[in-house]
Design a binder for this molecule. Sequence first.
Ligand SMILES: Nc1ncnc2c1ncn2[C@@H]1O[C@H](COP(=O)(O)OP(=O)(O)OP(=O)(O)O)[C@@H](O)[C@H]1O
Ligand SMILES: [Mg+2]
Length: 238
Amino acid sequence: MALLELTNVHTYYGQIHALKGISLTVDQGEIVTLIGSNGAGKSTTLRTISGLLTPRQGQVTLAGRRIDRVPPHTIVNLGISQSPEGRRIFPRLTVLENLEMGAYIHSTHSPEFRADLDRVMTLFPRLRERVKQKGGTLSGGEQQMLAIGRALMARPKVLLLDEPSMGLAPVIVEQIFDIIKDINQQGTTILLVEQNALMALAIAHRGYVLQSGKIVLEDTAASLQSNEMVQKAYLGLD
Ligand SMILES: Nc1ncnc2c1ncn2[C@@H]1O[C@H](COP(=O)(O)OP(=O)(O)OP(=O)(O)O)[C@@H](O)[C@H]1O
Ligand SMILES: [Mg+2]
């Protein structure tokens, strides 16, 4: 059984039919990437999984349990957390306070909290150096690290990442992608949304290509990298 599964999911914004029958699976231990251009429906897919949007048709399951009518905070408790697009951290809160917000499912006095904090700081040493700094004064790359770190504080089984490379210099993107790989190797399953198909396919096991609310292609990351349509449309190769 897949850890996360979407079956024929249709999501609307009022009259706008944003997801037109999305089906995908993410198995335990995988990094799966969802690639596609602006407006394809990538963020909508993640918002539907995390319960911020309710599909009009179709279903979402986590380890076989229906979650498509479950409120977002319960979905976090069940083991899915999201690092949203545009790294929406709390700018006036410190790094530590931002991480505490991510850990709201267990007490910040608990040994679990300390252990999780230590794990995040070990993954992102830059955050350890800046625990008392306000989120809004971090660099773009550091804010992205904080957004991922905050999502990890909820101890997710599945981590949803929405464009972690957005607006960052290539060297920072590489650092962040290395850490995403580490997080996966430490046991967290990842669904990675990216416009940077090159980077995403380099670390993913499998991928799906989304166009206008539909999955048009799915394959192993290696096959997608050598696929002519993917190369032309998403890798900038002719
Ligand atoms: N709040 C909203 N209200 C109405 N339409 C929306 C809303 N959010 C997204 N849409 C529409 O839904 C479609 C999918 O948007 P979505 O944000 O999921 O795309 P995306 O693949 O994440 O794009 P990007 O790469 O630009 O982030 C787009 O046509 C978009 O205009
Ligand atoms: Mg998006």
